[in-house]
Design a binder for this molecule. Structure first.
Ligand code: AMP
Ligand code: TRP
Length: 332
């Protein structure tokens, strides 16, 4: 039954979204929207933990909301919200931060990776370290039981679990302890130019990611220049053939054809033919989303209204949890 299980998940408005965001995260939410009460956040407070430009952030926040809608999230079923519009997130993050050991935050893989990049540029800011505490606040405020995300976020959800358990042990049952939910094969879509790295918004190589709004020409170009593995066979074997396996996952997810069937139909065929069909499948697979996106861009006001209503709805739920936390902590 809907309502028994509430879900919060989100994406940072830190640039254009790519097919990894769609296949790893948004597609899971769409599948769950009939059975669960989903709160889909546009997590702008997280986006400012890496360098950003104010006008671009504002634009990306709106664009991310449009992608959610264009991909098929139904605003009558799903609550779309902007994280910074619900102050309970920041307040709970502060409280949880006072109970989170520094060592646990320093151990986070994402902090280590992003910290290295930041150290080389402007130095590491405290917000980057506290990022997972804010994410725990996002999840715990809504009593989220399962968190549908890509694999890179698994460690952060684990941390949210231990923060919830620690709070519950100290102050009594307050938070639902969340579990991560991954989409098997597409939990980690890899870069087209380096199959050892995940596809990412911030990759310096423009050909590494297929953006959801990419034109057919750009998609053909990127797939044509995608790296492949040695050998000729087109088969799914992530260890021996990471690049081709990644392309097979993308093909399968965007065409709806099972990987097995694709392996059979490309048995003995060349990479060039496979890639050319893959490009057409991606173009076709993204067409409905892109058409809807164009429509939504013409109607920004409607999107702003959806976000305002959604953020209000989210705040009502979040404030309830926060009130109980404030009480338990001993605030006057
Ligand atoms: P981000 O772009 O880091 O805000 O990520 C938003 C969501 O997309 C999270 O659930 C991520 O786990 C997911 N995601 C990001 N990159 C990938 C990828 N390459 N493959 C699968 N999921 C991804
Ligand atoms: N940190 C997540 C990412 O980069 C985004 C995020 C923020 C999130 N808060 C969340 C995801 C809460 C799930 C639940 O992908």
């Amino acid at each position: 039954m809907k309502g028994q299980s509430r879900i919060f998940s989100g994406i940072r408005p830190s640039g254009d979204l790519h097919i990894g965001n769609y296949l790893g995260a948004i597609k899971q939410w769409i599948k769950l929207q009939d059975s669960h009460e989903i709160i889909a956040g546009i997590v702008d407070l997280h986006a400012i933990t890496t360098p950003h430009e104010p006008e671009k952030l504002r634009r990306a926040t709106l664009e991310t909301a449009m992608v959610y809608l264009a991909a098929g999230l139904d605003p009558n079923k799903v609550t779309l919200m902007v994280q910074s519009h619900v102050p309970a997130h920041t307040e709970l993050a502060w409280i949880l931060g006072t109970m989170t050991p520094l060592g646990e935050l320093e151990r986070m893989t994402q902090f280590k990776e992003k910290g290295r990049e930041a150290a080389a540029r402007q130095g590491i800011m405290a917000g980057l370290l506290n990022y997972p505490v804010l994410m725990a606040a996002d999840i715990l405020l809504y009593q989220t039981a399962v968190v549908p995300v890509g694999e890179d976020q698994e460690q952060h959800v684990e941390l949210a679990r231990s923060i919830a358990e620690r709070f519950n042990n100290k102050y009594g049952e307050t938070f639902t302890v969340p579990a991560v939910q991954l989409q098997k094969e597409s939990a980690r879509i890899m870069s087209l130019t380096d199959p050892e790295k995940k596809m990412s918004k911030s990759d310096e190589s423009a050909k590494s990611a297929i953006m959801l709004a990419d034109e057919p020409g750009a998609i053909r170009e990127k797939i044509k220049s995608a790296v492949t593995d040695s050998g000729k066979e087109i088969r799914y074997d992530p260890d021996a053939k990471p690049a081709v396996s990644n392309l097979l996952v993308i093909f399968s997810e965007l065409s709806g054809r099972p990987i097995k069937e694709l392996e059979e139909s490309y048995n003995g065929k060349a990479y060039a033919e496979f890639k050319s069909d893959l490009a057409e499948a991606v173009i076709e697979g993204l067409k409905p989303l892109q058409a809807k996106l164009t429509e939504l861009r013409e109607n920004e006001q409607a999107v702003l209204t959806i976000l305002r209503d959604g953020s209000e709805k989210a705040a009502a739920i979040a404030n309830k949890t926060l009130a109980s936390v404030r009480e338990k902590i001993g605030f006057l």
